[in-house]
Ligand binder design. Sequence first.
Ligand code: UFG
Length: 333
Amino acid sequence: MKILVTGGLGFIGSHTCVSLLEENYEVVVVDKLSNSDISVIDKIKKITNKNLKFYQADVCNEEELDKIFSNEKIDAVIHFAAYKAVGESVEKPILYYENNLISTIKLCKIMKKHHCNKLVYSSSATVYGSPKELPIKEDFPLSTTNPYGTTKLMTERILKDICLADPTFSVIILRYFNPIGAHESALLGEDPNGIPNNLMPYIMKVAVKKLDSLNIFGNDYDTKDGTGVRDYIHVVDLANGHLKALDKVNNTEGINYYNLGTGKGYSVLEVVKAFEKVNNVIIPYTIVARRKGDIAACYADPTKAKKELNWEAVKTLEEMCKDSYNFVKNQNK
Ligand code: UFG
């Protein structure tokens, strides 16, 4: 089977390409390199000893997409390509709505033109807003608090309408919790430019002394130790979830939604302590005010994915911390 992976050189996309190649799928990547690096292709090839095809193109560009679908006989698409920084989306809503919505609309249009009707879509736990109850189930009410999250929710609705109008079109929506970790080879991982927004990339920069100290945003939440609780999931577990979703999308009709999380919530302090212990480093930190828009706790009920996709996360927080550190050390050698 030939799979088109949009945004295939990004953090989750690159790990998914590795999993696909390891399972002998043919992989075609389209990526505009706005938040990824061309060197990732060689790293994927090195890890898998297999080849992939790469097109540098913008998924918003209908003509370029059309050419790719004419050149390749694509059987299914995994659609990662999107802008993903929450803070930036608040400052640049037009950019986020234009990029994240138009790309999916153009993609679906060209898929239909070429009779490709299987899609796995990257959504996010952000679509649950501030959940009233925990753990979060797929049928919980949906709402968002920033333009990035709204692009994810709006895209889910667009895909639902496409499936309603065309019963041959099938979509799996994957709602990710907090992906961290890196490939065990230390070749692939997340290394944002500048000052990271997310917890693990920030801890990684402190660990290699590129930043002095972590700011912990609040210790007065109603959680086990007062710091925010999240469902951190190893990116390799997450990547494997996409292969299970592919199996499912090939054998179902309509639209289906799955949480990809571990079901376990860890606090910021627990993550810091685990990172320090497993890597034998010190992460200096300061408690500062809460970050605007943050919720106290968020973790998945992953039982639907286990039952219907035959998937569950297996890697521990310690493995996530170890692989993240090995990757960042390798980057900064
Ligand atoms: N945190 C800190 N200091 C930091 C960064 C984060 O204390 O420097 C805390 C946050 O307050 C929060 C936890 O660490 O309690 C996790 O924060 P992240 O920024 O790593 O992740 P979020 O849960 O805020 O958001 C992430 C993604 C979103 C996605 C969401 C899905 O960034 O894109 O998970 O649940 F929508």
